[in-house]
Design a protein around this ligand. Structure first.
Ligand code: PEP
Ligand code: MG
Length: 579
């Protein structure tokens, strides 16, 4: 009997699943390093040509099979990968390695991959870093075709059904493909819960743990695993008590799915009858469908930067307009908050828009700072958003704001775009609402001044926590220090909410905290009435709110804000949970 052990990682997409391990190590494939004999060269060239063609065909089929909302978002990643496969620099290098260097196809691919990755690693450029991962995935795909020369493709796919995939990284396109073939969960040794793949896994409800550094070393193919994407834990060779826990989880899931589905079209009311507004965060159209199905009152945050990622050309005004218009139409009259481009820091694009090198990117040219340095690009986006506003209520949200001057420039530019659009005969709404993300301590502290120019605000606790505590949100070494319950963060939150309330400006909170029921009572205690979250959390938060007495919680806010330590805060929270 194999011995049970635990591996820890970071929770990236919720849910528990049981399955057999399937290891994928594209960068560590064992390849045949023996040099080719003279008479083997041409057949090896042919073998590589065939593998490249099969990989291309697979991507094409995969692209065609995508349907609905995934087609656009994931399609772009697949196109990027197809382009790499067609890149003559990659392929001609491979052929000459076989012909002149006597490499076997697999060894040539590995050498080419290592060479490219070393070159990318040497240049500290975020654009190239994102391409490095793409190259890795593309080469992994061709390697896989070569490796299955002797294995029927069906057998490979069948062996993935019911499995939990373990890899160093997983590309978004692979994720879509894998769930089609019945992969139940994903573990990566690197990565962060804020990666695009993690966001996609959450949208697809595929449990995922990232940063499980030991996984590839300590797990072997076919090991039975219990993956807990909620706790960020992997049980290898689960024992009887784990299986009991899993069955209990399944029963609870079934019960809560039933209870939650009854809440789909309910209003969100606290136990004492106060209405709370639940909005959805969205990155892709699938999120919109889910938001509607769960009765979100609108979109509180649409992250437009995803339109700019994983592609070489910038989206023009027309393409952006169509994306925003479709979003507005899909929400059928409910308000849609479109956030202007928030590239920079960890959100790098592939168009070369974000600055290539900055000494301190999280404190660098990010969000509105980048937009104001590229006024033509920014105006293109504003025009597209304004044009979409004739199809339903649209609010414009600006990220990474720190000063009144920035807001004044954005407002002037938006008004100028509106004037131009009207005079060239475009239909746009008579009035637009302009809001700011409050995610930098400076904006929180200067809020009374900023609010004079703003129609609404959205609190970005993901960044507000990072910048208040000086803890990089993507650095898994500092995970424990990244604490939204730090007294300084709570004080700022309380201050932001009460300042906006006094100024009679609408405020929502759209960071990850909003969708986490551990914080629901706390946020209600601080006076929050607008929450925006990934739609998959919406019903649970509605249910948690229904169990809370808001006026009793409000009375505990002072005790919460007086607590000087984490333990003190936990104690007040404990009391709140039983309120
Ligand atoms: C935030 O910072 O809380 C936020 C919602 O924005 P993002 O996670 O896109 O930076
Ligand atoms: Mg942010």
């Amino acid at each position: 009997m194999s011995t049970r052990f635990l591996l820890a990682g970071t929770a990236a997409a919720r849910g528990m699943t049981l399955g057999r391990a399937r290891l994928v190590q594209p960068s560590q494939l064992v390849v045949d390093e023996r040099p080719l004999g003279e008479n083997e060269i041409e057949s090896e060239v042919e073998r590589l040509r065939h593998a490249l063609q099969v990989a291309r065909d697979e991507l094409r089929v995969l692209r065609e099979k995508l349907h609905g909302a995934l087609a656009r978002e994931v399609g772009e990643f697949i196109d990027a990968h197809s382009m790499i496969l067609d890149d003559p620099e990659l392929t001609s290098g491979l052929y000459s390695m076989i012909r002149q260097g006597r490499f076997r196809a697999g060894a040539a691919l590995k050498a080419q991959r290592d060479r490219l990755v070393a070159a990318f690693d040497a240049i500290d450029d975020p654009y190239l870093r994102s391409r490095r991962e793409d190259v890795d995935h593309v080469i992994g795909r061709v390697q896989a075709v070569l490796a299955r020369d002797t294995t029927p493709a069906e057998r490979q796919i069948a062996s993935r059904v019911g499995s939990i995939l373990i890899s160093d990284t997983v590309a978004p396109a692979e994720l879509a493909h894998l769930s089609d073939y019945g992969v139940l969960g994903v573990i990566t040794t690197g990565g962060s819960p804020l990666s695009h793949s993690a966001i996609l896994a959450r949208s697809m409800r595929l449990p995922m743990v990232v940063g499980a550094h030991e996984a590839l070393k300590r797990i072997t193919d076919d090991d039975l695993l219990l993956l807990d994407g909620t706790l960020g834990e992997i049980v290898v060779h689960p024992a009887a008590q784990d299986l009991v826990r899993y069955r209990q989880y399944q029963r609870e899931q079934a019960r809560s799915a039933e209870a939650l589905s009854r809440l789909k079209h309910e209003r969100t009311l606290t136990r004492d009858g106060i209405e709370i507004h639940l909005f959805a965060n969205a990155e892709m159209l699938a999120d919109i469908a889910q938001a509607r199905a769960c009765g979100a009152v609108g979109i509180g945050l649409y992250r437009t930067e995803f339109l700019f990622m994983q592609r070489r050309e910038l989206p023009d005004e027309e393409e952006q307009f169509i994306a925003y218009r479709d979003l507005v139409l899909a929400m059928a009259g409910a308000p849609v908050t479109i956030r202007t481009l928030d590239l920079g820091a960890d959100k790098t694009d592939s168009t070369g828009l974000a600055l290539a090198q900055e000494p301190n990117p999280a404190l660098g040219v990010r969000g509105v700072r980048l937009a104001l340095r590229r006024p033509i690009l920014f105006a293109t986006q504003l025009r597209a958003i304004l044009r979409a506003s004739s199809f339903g209520p649209v609010r414009i949200l600006v990220p990474m704001v720190t000063s009144n001057e920035e807001i004044a420039v954005v407002r002037a530019l938006t008004e100028e775009c509106a004037r131009e659009l009207r005079s060239s005969g475009h239909e746009i709404a008579d009035h637009f609402e302009l809001g700011a993300m409050i995610e930098v301590p400076a904006a929180a502290i200067a809020l009374p001044f900023l609010l004079r120019q703003l129609d609404f605000i959205a609190i970005g606790t993901n960044d507000l926590t990072q910048y208040t505590l000086a803890v990089d949100r993507n650095n898994d070494e500092l995970g424990a220090l990244y604490d939204p319950l730090h007294p300084a963060v709570l004080k700022l939150l309380a201050q932001i909410i009460s300042t906006a309330e006094r100024a009679k400006k609408s405020v929502t909170l759209c960071g990850e905290m909003a969708g986490d029921t551990r914080y629901t009572a706390l946020l209600l205690a601080l006076g929050l009435t607008g929450f925006s979250m990934h739609p998959s959390s919406l019903l649970e938060v509605r249910q948690a709110i229904a169990g809370c007495d808001r006026s009793a919680l409000r009375k505990q806010a002072t005790a919460l804000l007086r607590a000087q330590t984490r333990a003190g805060i936990e104690k007040v929270l404990e009391r709140m949970r039983s309120t």
